[in-house]
Write a protein that binds this ligand. Structure first.
Ligand code: PLP
Length: 220
């Protein structure tokens, strides 16, 4: 068993059963991703549509569940809808409308997460918390996307403890959404926490963590 495979197993066994591990595969090779799958990873996240396409062509669509975790341009929405099983980075109605249109033309419902900029950082992707309820209302009216929950990145911090209030606020936003009658099924997915911060995120209610460095090692 490779070193990486055993690292993946260790991380997986440390996570509570209700938390999904997403392997953040940007810049990683197919071989690295295969080693992660051997270790028990089931969900692979990608930031770039083109790289994901190459990887999915090689590994096959059924090798994993593929989720988009990077910023998505509207002109790549069609490509992304074809490739991915879900999209975590929806932060505008225009993007949601594009995803909805392409999903409908393929006869499918696209599961999405809304990305929230809880840290209110300028120039960062994500909808601001105060803009979330109206955006959710508008997206809920689209028939071929389904809001499964929220995703957040959080600001860069030295000490992951400093992200605890951000994660806590994101959890509160999800709990609020879960009471929204315009949503068919209550959204339940909370994608937050990366290599340095996922333990704090899990304590604050993450149901999905996105790990790159701690799974694959430092990027070369
Ligand atoms: C790269 C990336 C991650 C993983 O980051 P690490 O710190 O390497 O674990 C998680 N989420 C997103 C959106 C990323 O781009």
């Amino acid at each position: 068993m490779s070193e990486m495979t055993s690292r993946v197993r260790e991380i997986l066994s440390s996570l509570p059963a209700h938390v999904t591990l997403v392997a953040a595969a940007k810049t990683r090779s197919c071989e690295e991703v295969i080693a992660a799958l051997d270790g028990g990873v089931r969900v692979v996240g990608h930031n770039y549509v083109q790289e994901a396409d190459a990887m999915i062509s090689r590994l096959g669509p059924h090798a994993a569940t593929w989720t988009m975790i990077g910023p998505l341009q509207r002109n790549k929405a069609k490509w992304a809808v074809r490739l991915f099983d879900s999209i975590q980075t929806v932060d505008s109605l225009r993007l949601a409308v594009a995803i909805d249109r392409h999903a409908r033309s393929l006869g499918r419902i696209m599961p999405i997460l809304i990305e929230v900029n809880v840290g209110r950082e300028p120039q960062k992707a994500g909808v601001r918390p105060e803009d979330l309820p109206p955006l959710v209302g508008e997206i809920a009216a689209l028939s071929s996307v389904r809001i499964d929950g929220l995703m957040t990145m959080g600001p860069w911090v030295e000490d992951p403890e400093d992200l605890r209030p951000i994660f806590r606020e994101t959890r509160a936003l999800l709990d609020q959404l879960a009471t929204d009658p315009s949503l068919g099924a209550p959204p339940h997915v909370l994608s937050m926490g990366m290599s340095s911060s996922y333990r704090v995120a899990v304590e604050e209610g993450a149901t999905m963590v996105r790990l790159g460095t701690s799974l694959f090692g430092p990027r070369s």
